[in-house]
Design a protein around this ligand. Structure first.
Ligand code: MGD
Ligand code: MGD
Ligand code: SF4
Ligand code: MO
Length: 641
């Protein structure tokens, strides 16, 4: 494995809990204390490398920081804003079960909501989803992935037919053109960016295009930076397609054999001339021409994209318009090519796999599909899964602010910091009768609003699996025991479900039967069964087989998973063809005008993770950016002085 450890030092292979690159780590521990971390040389995501955040993980686990920062015992507040009182687990979970059952008895199951996270492990996620949809009979379970990857999910499903990134990291080594759109990969997916730097060194002909309004560290090193106006991506992509069709850079045979919708799209992009697009996007005509020529002519072409496309009221359109470019040029399903959505959180992919969103069901099934609902009900042994779509993240908090949702369970996310429209979020947390927060850290913006705080284990302590951006499932393994009285997220949900079911009105399934699990592996095995015959079929895998991380699909009897999808040009749509969509470019929802002349966008900090509950405990991670700041174009700044 890695370097020989010192005597008495134990090595545990696990996965980094930060970004969706999903790097393998080797945790060193001694006497129940994490003492070091190294990159796992055998992990196919990082081959031993780690970024600043990953390589300082062990420091965040130092004993004195754990004592200061971690949530170590169940606690409750007798009054809102009042002091916290330490209680035992039985009291905590009985209280939670009684309060949730009471709300359900008075107002029905849709009066409760679960708001969970792409940072939960697949096993945690699976149990929460079953708790809401299988036991309680509500689809009110949604996650912070709604703020993050939901446009990517919708974009893939609407075009390719399934929520599956078709490419893999290795494609970076084979690409001739890499098109990064709306992503600051150098900071947000650093180890992937290292791989891109390696590929450029190995192949000086590789062209890197970056479409981002800001001159980020990623844009800085590009061969071509397209500093488009925020929100104008659809116009840019249509303009590139216009040029590719004009210059004969498309692949008519591929379009003919494997897609539908081309005629409407061709008609749509006719009006997106370079001149028009240059005006809409605030770009130079020549740059758009250059981008189109490289994309269509200097192939294979790989696109990497993230929040600059997803976090938009036209997010799905932006995704679809970019995917069009790959379909029109046949740059998909082959080495070095494909539209590759980078996942943000370490397990946003796993959450999607278990169907942990208000409109999804297990194993990429759809809530709106009666046959899918029946399949899941049969798998779970329950009479039915409710058909009514649940509330999405923002809707759930709006409903709580309006008094329609009366009990909220928040796990592994910090909505009082990360959701939009904080006024509504505060009102929701105040108006709700009962707010449970299941957290690893004590002092987040959301823990301040909890009636009940449940301490969860976290990285270094947890057992389970995560799936990274390239569909690769890796094991997360515990190196040290849980601190204080912290418990695993899935185990908390199981214990709660069993207690809740005895208090629910007749007609709800039996909790002990529905949640028989004693280990994370037992949960995972049930999840695996749910994937049988689906696009993400992993029936050939087991915890034992995951000694090496593996990509899905991985069918029974196979010896390896699938590196890339759609190599045969067949797509998981009813007619086997990918769909080209033809959305019109729509301006941003709140355009700039004389009174509001500046667009504000947000972005990640290289060395911090979101709400900073973990990274914020280390002084050295403030060296790169010591405090929040606003970046402005120098010309804008000069004008305003
Ligand atoms: N260090 C660090 N890494 C992280 C995270 C973290 O907290 N810290 N979080 C993880 C998570 S959950 C996520 S989702 C990912 C996010 O990964 P990225 O999306 O790569 O990260 P952001 O910094 O949000 O970058 C979005 C970029 O889009 C640009 N942009 C804004 N508007 C537009 C637009 O209209 N069009 C285009 N083309 N670009 C636009 C912004 O200028 C910004 O540079 O990062 C993951 N990695
Ligand atoms: N303005 C603005 N807002 C944004 C974004 C943006 O770009 N700009 N990006 C959005 C995106 S893409 C995302 S993904 C979200 C992220 O938003 P959040 O989900 O709120 O981000 P985190 O701070 O990572 O929250 C995770 C919480 O889980 C806790 N935790 C860590 N490990 C565990 C564990 O194992 N179990 C439990 N129970 N808890 C644990 C951490 O202490 C932390 O408080 O923010 C969204 N909000
Ligand atoms: S690139 Fe992402 S997964 Fe890899 S070490 Fe850095 S934060 Fe962790
Ligand atoms: Mo995210």
């Amino acid at each position: 494995m890695n370097l020989d450890p010192l005597p008495g030092v134990q090595q545990t292979r696990s996965t980094c809990p930060y970004c969706g690159v999903g790097c393998g780590v080797v945790i060193e521990s001694r006497g129940g204390q994490i003492t070091g971390v190294q990159g796992d040389a055998e992990h196919p995501a990082n081959f031993g490398r780690l970024c600043t955040k990953g390589s300082t993980l062990h420091l965040t686990a130092a004993a004195h920081l754990q004592a200061q920062a971690r949530l170590l015992h169940p606690q409750r507040r007798a009054t809102r804003g009042g002091p916290l009182e330490r209680i035992d687990w039985d009291t905590a979970l009985d209280t939670a079960a009684t309060r949730f059952a009471d709300v359900v008895a008075r107002h029905g199951p849709d009066a409760v909501g679960f708001y969970v996270s792409g940072q939960l492990l697949t096993e945690d996620y699976y149990v929460f989803n079953k708790l809401a949809k299988g036991l309680l009979g509500t689809n009110n379970i949604d996650t912070n992935s709604r703020l993050c990857m939901s446009s990517a999910v919708a974009g893939y499903k609407a075009t390719l037919g399934a929520d599956a990134p078709p490419a893999c990291y290795e494609d970076i080594d084979h690409a001739q053109t890499v098109f990064i759109a709306g992503a600051n990969t150098a900071w947000a997916h650093p180890i992937l960016f290292r791989r891109l730097e390696d590929a450029r060194r190995a192949n000086p002909a590789l062209k890197l295009i970056v479409a981002d309004p800001r001159r980020t560290e990623t844009a800085e090193v590009a061969d071509l930076h397209l500093p488009l106006l925020p929100g104008t991506d659809v116009a840019l992509f249509h303009g590139m397609l216009h040029l590719m069709l004009w210059e004969g850079l498309s692949d008519p045979a591929y379009i003919q054999a494997h897609t539908t919708g081309f005629e409407a799209l061709r008609d749509r992009v006719r009006e997106y001339t370079p001149r028009h697009v240059a005006t809409v996007c605030g770009l130079k005509e020549d740059d758009i021409v250059q981008a189109a020529r490289w994309f269509g002519g200097h192939t294979p072409t790989l696109s990497l994209y993230c929040q600059g496309l997803n976090q938009s009221h036209r997010g799905t359109d932006k995704n679809a318009a970019l995917i069009n470019l790959h379909l029109a040029t046949g740059q998909i399903g082959r080495r070095g090519a494909g539209p590759f959505s980078l996942t943000g959180q370490p397990n946003a992919m796993g959450g999607r796999e278990v169907g942990g969103l208000a409109n999804l069901l297990s194993a990429h099934r759809d809530l709106g599909n009666a046959a899918h609902r029946a399949e899941v009900a049969a798998l779970w042994g329950v009479p039915e899964v409710p058909a009514k779509p649940g509330l999405s993240a923002v809707e759930m908090f709006e409903a709580a602010a309006d008094g329609a949702v009366r009990a909220l369970w928040i796990a592994c996310t910090n909505p009082a910091q990360s959701l939009p429209d904080q006024t509504t979020v505060r009102r929701a947390l105040e108006r709700c009768e009962f707010v449970v927060v299941q957290e690893a850290y004590a002092h987040t913006a959301t823990t301040a609003h909890a009636d009940l705080l449940l301490p969860a284990t976290t990285w270094g302590e947890k057992d389970g699996t995560v799936t990274n951006s390239e569909r690769r499932i890796s094991r997360v393994r515990p190196a040290v025991p849980a601190p204080g009285e912290a418990r695993h997220d899935w185990a908390i949900a199981v214990d709660f479900a069993r207690r809740l079911s005895t208090r629910l009105p007749a007609g709800h399934p039996d909790g002990a039967t529905l949640f028989p699990y004693e280990t994370a592996e037992a949960v995972w095995n049930e999840h695996r069964e749910s994937t049988r015959g689906r696009d993400l079929d992993i029936t050939g895998l087991s915890y034992a087989a995951l000694a090496q991380p593996q990509q899905w699909p991985f069918l029974a009897g196979h010896t390896h998973g699938q590196a890339r999808l759609y190599e045969d040009g067949r797509f998981p749509t009813p007619d086997g063809r990918a769909r080209m969509l033809a959305p019109a470019y729509e301006p941003v929802a709140e355009p700039r005008d004389a009174r509001y002349p500046i667009s504000l966008t947000t972005g990640r900090l290289r060395d911090q993770w979101h709400g900073m509950s973990r990274t914020g405990t280390l002084g050295r991670l403030f060296g790169h950016a010591s405090e929040p700041c606003i970046e402005m174009h120098p010309q804008e700044l000069t004008r305003r002085r």
